[in-house]
Design a protein around this ligand. Sequence first.
Ligand code: TMP
Ligand code: ZN
Length: 407
Amino acid sequence: MIDCAACGAAVEPQISLGRMPLANGFLRFEDFGAEYFYDLNAGMCRLCGLAQLTELVPPEKMFHGEYPFRTSGSVRMRTHFRELARTVAAKHLPAGKSFVVEIGSNDGTLLESFAAGGTRHLGVDPSANMVDAAERAGVRSLRRFFDEATARDIVSAEGQADVILAANCFSHIRDLRSLASGLRILLKPGGVLIFEDPYLGDIVRQGAYDQIYDEHAFYFSVISVSRWLSTHGLELVGAEPVDVHGGSMRYIAAIRNRLPPSPAVAAHRRREVDGGLDQPALLAGFQRRIDQSRSELVAFLNRLKLEGRRVVGYGATSKSTTVLNYCGIGPDHLAFITDTTPLKQGRFTPGTHIPVVPPAAFNSPFPDFALLLAWNHAAEILEKESEYRDAGGKWITYVPEVGILST
Ligand code: TMP
Ligand code: ZN
């Protein structure tokens, strides 16, 4: 049981995924005995419809000097953010001296476009290694968690922002009330807030339960976001589905009564009501689907093991920690997992202790089967690894269903 981060009502868990290590807790052999575990449970607030984790991990355990996730690791994401920067510049940046702030700026991938165009900007991110990487890319950054106090400090030092951006970040910030007050303080009257996160509707539709992990404290919907913002003097004026991270929603907000809401907001709300996306019963039904998916995936991998097939994992994603641990998939199922992130290579997966190796290991020799743990990057990876398919290699997926990907 936890108090809803948006409205304060009590939230009970409807989904239980058992004991979990940190999604990005890739560890060294010598640290096997000292892993941090918590109960991965999620529920929906009956009052405001916000789906959220019901047990939280202290943020310092997740976002620190060795935080391994880098936005720039995916070509598709780099293109996506260049396009977002172009849209913002064309539609939302007033001529003259404008100021753009990104919350959760990671390695500076999104703000780089603004920096290159000479726009005044500031990235805010708590991870020291990411701030260093961003600064090296020419992106001015502040190493700090974003909250009301940070917003006040930015406003007094640099003024209010014309545009506030955040991608895959707000679902990581557990104090939504302090976040919203900070946004209200930082946003210039007439300015816009644009943020995107994995969308509850896509998670449930695709059975993508691996989006549930410690860093994703929230699974937003248009209904829950508009209720949350409206209690802080903000208004949701736009909502656009975006095809990244396995299905996300881009939310556009402004100070109340400043900008006309797009008809898309009401249309999404209606669809969500029809689909029960604001009803806790949705998550109870989702648990049944998750359990079914686990049975099928484990049976599939056990059969391959019995047949003596060589199976590896592809992409040591944060999401994979949920799937591997919930299904009990370890080194006896997957010989290794390849990943392009240097900080993950040479380490072992959280909880399940599968070695993570550089991509060069993938084709030497090609495995018989590869479990596509980075399923949200399927198009990019299948194209890059076309030789594997040509050599007869098979991709296993589990989203939306367990099976072999037709390539
Ligand atoms: P994400 O799903 O959170 O974006 O993380 C993607 C992970 O997958 C990240 O660790 C990098 C890895 N990856 C590869 O190893 N190869 C690839 O081609 C891509 C796109 C990602
Ligand atoms: Zn609530």
